[in-house]
Design a protein around this ligand. Structure first.
Ligand SMILES: [Zn+2]
Length: 313
């Protein structure tokens, strides 16, 4: 590419050139690569840091993302759903961070109230999906989901992009989400996508869906106390799938994210008999844990026991 990405010469780490900082022009020149996630990690982090601190580039980035989203079906659905109330190019990420900082919710009740009232999160989720920023996790997981018997629970399904996609490819899937504008939008969309199950409340979703696979994408980071929130589900599912976790997460700027290292998640799940699949069996983009031993307090039927005997590690 002919653009000047780096404002001064980078140094070398291994065989990868690491730019020490990016100019505004350099950042704007890689907006599309940043959007689609093809930048190397170091450059991506530099772009992210620059956008955090640069009041000139941030609105440009927002317009760029909305521009990329504008031709999608999902964008059209949001505009149709909100009607006259629809606001083009809304700066929902900033709104969301500010609203969270102001509300400073601590308890589960306060967090529930926050999500119930904020419409910014609806826009933010639509933009995240419709702009093409979000990786295609369902495609990445499809071989695992199709070989795994039973029912999937999309826990914290938001506007339901994954839920409706999994339904469309013939998987047995339920979704749950807190009462919120994203959930209302999903209920409106579901009819148009031929999905007729109710969207469950996270509090009783496990009992209703009886899942064997827990789909926890972009959700774990929102849980202050995953063990308390997910409860018995961790003792009963056979497979748990999240977006890819790494040992050394770099902190994002979103105050409502509790980014945890892989080791912490693995330790938590090991206490429920769920263990990471071997590295060679982990699909790109995802982290997958499987049950490798029984939890004595959870009696299971014979059919379930046969499945548990399959080697997972
Ligand atoms: Zn800038």
């Amino acid at each position: 590419m002919g653009h000047t990405l780096i404002s001064r010469a980078g140094h070398t780490r291994g065989d990868t050139a690491v730019p020490p900082e990016l100019s505004c022009a350099g950042v704007r020149a890689v907006f599309d690569e940043y959007r689609t996630g093809v930048l190397d990690t170091d450059t991506r982090d530099l772009v992210c840091t620059h956008l955090d601190g640069c009041a000139d580039c941030r609105p440009q980035w927002r317009r760029f993302r909305w521009g990329a989203a504008q031709t999608s079906v999902l964008y059209g659905e949001l505009a149709g759903y909100l009607g006259d109330g629809f606001v083009e190019h809304r700066d929902t990420t900033h709104e969301l961070v500010t609203a969270w900082d102001q509300a400073a919710p601590r308890t589960d009740l306060e967090i529930r109230r926050f999500y119930r009232t904020t419409q910014a999160y609806l826009y933010d989720q639509v933009l995240w999906h419709a702009s093409g920023t979000r990786p295609d996790y369902v495609a990445a997981a499809q071989p695992i989901l199709q070989e795994q018997p039973g029912t999937i629970l999309d826990w914290g399904c938001g506007i339901g992009v994954d839920l409706l996609r999994m339904h469309q490819i013939g998987l047995d899937v339920w979704g749950c989400e807190l009462p919120s504008p994203p959930r209302d939008f999903l209920i409106w969309r579901a009819r148009h996508h031929g999905y007729h199950r109710p969207i469950l409340d996270p509090g009783n979703a496990g009992r209703r869906a009886q899942p064997t696979v827990l789909w926890l994408i972009d959700t774990l980071d929102h849980l202050r106390d995953p063990q308390a929130s997910l409860g018995a589900l961790l003792d009963t599912v056979d497979v748990l799938i999240t977006e890819r976790y790494v040992d050394d997460p770099r902190r994002g700027r979103l105050g409502f994210h509790f980014r945890r290292p892989l080791s912490e998640i693995t330790e938590l799940l090991a206490g429920h008999g769920l263990h990471p699949r071997p590295q060679q069996d982990q699909p790109a983009l995802l982290s997958v844990w499987s049950r490798t031993r029984r939890v004595p307090s959870q009696p299971r039927d014979a059919a379930h026991d046969v499945r548990q005997g399959a080697p997972c590690a």
